[in-house]
Design a protein around this ligand. Structure first.
Ligand SMILES: Nc1ncnc2c1ncn2[C@@H]1O[C@H](COP(=O)(O)OP(=O)(O)OP(=O)(O)O)[C@@H](O)[C@H]1O
Ligand SMILES: [Mg+2]
Length: 250
């Protein structure tokens, strides 16, 4: 199963991806998390890693290497890639989790993130998972990844919606795009601090045809862990995310 976690900037994609990954590990699944966000770099901390993995871009000689090979059929030399075939530097392991990163924009004038988009899409397309394996992809904010076709090979799109007008507006667009791409979608509310907010958001989403599949509360522990760059714990928000994960298997 490959699932992408998407939504508005700051809505909680990385938080939800992390909590889903922890719950996948608890279910006994071999869990690969792929950091596909070329801007933010803190996902490894949330997941409890001491350092980020070496980006997959480096395996291909950096951005220039991908650009040079973009016109060729075999950007990655194999037709299919299993998790264990990824060199350990690029797929670091801790506490049952495996973490990969596509690449980050680090320097001024280094150009756009398109090569990273190509690499994300191709890697996900070629990634071969066994029945007990799951890949959770932490997407960049917004909808560009849909335009780039990165979600092409995912089985589920997890749409994270926070309590804001913009987040609901973006949810509507993502819902339409997912339908066109014939992707199964699960909408998850995040940072919900009251029953009233939950009902309001649920109603707004229902009006545009989206059913809510999970509600993750505003969790002061998560807030503090994010502030301090600490690993996310299996607390209140984790329980809600675990139910979302459960739903994917039912
Ligand atoms: N369930 C939650 N409870 C409390 N705070 C939360 C929760 N989810 C997210 N946050 C807060 O929101 C912030 C943004 O979360 P996160 O980094 O997961 O969002 P994101 O969508 O991945 O952002 P970006 O678009 O920048 O990648 C966190 O630093 C944390 O302060
Ligand atoms: Mg993020």
């Amino acid at each position: 199963m490959k699932i992408s976690v998407c939504g508005k900037g700051g809505s909680g994609k990385s938080t939800v991806a992390t909590l889903l990954a922890l719950s996948a590990v608890s279910r006994g699944l071999k869990t690969l998390v792929i950091d596909s966000d070329e801007s933010n770099s803190g996902l490894y901390r949330m997941l409890g890693f001491d350092a980020p993995p070496s980006p997959l871009m480096e395996l291909l000689g950096g951005k220039r290497g991908v650009k040079q090979r973009m016109g060729q059929k075999d950007i990655l030399s194999q037709a299919l890639i299993s998790i264990d075939e990824v060199p350990p530097d690029h797929a670091t392991r801790k506490d049952g989790l495996i973490l990969m990163s596509i690449g980050k924009i680090l320097q001024a004038y280094e150009g756009c993130a398109c090569p990273m988009g190509v690499l994300s899409r191709e890697f996900l397309r070629k990634l071969k998972l066994e029945a007990n394996e799951i890949a959770i992809i932490d997407m960049e904010a917004g909808v560009e990844h849909f335009g780039r076709g990165i979600d092409e090979s995912v089985d589920w799109v997890i749409l994270v919606v926070e309590p804001s007008y913009e987040s609901v507006a973006l949810a509507s667009r993502i819902f339409s795009i997912s339908n066109v791409m014939q992707k199964k979608l699960r909408a998850v509310l995040n940072k919900v601090d009251s029953k009233e907010v939950e009902m309001l958001l649920t109603r707004r989403l229902k009006d545009i045809g989206i059913e809510v599949d999970g509600v993750i509360p505003q969790d002061p522990d998560v807030f503090k862990q994010c502030l301090e760059g600490k690993p996310l714990a299996r607390g209140k928000a984790f329980g809600a995310a675990a139910r979302v994960m459960e739903g994917l298997f039912s």
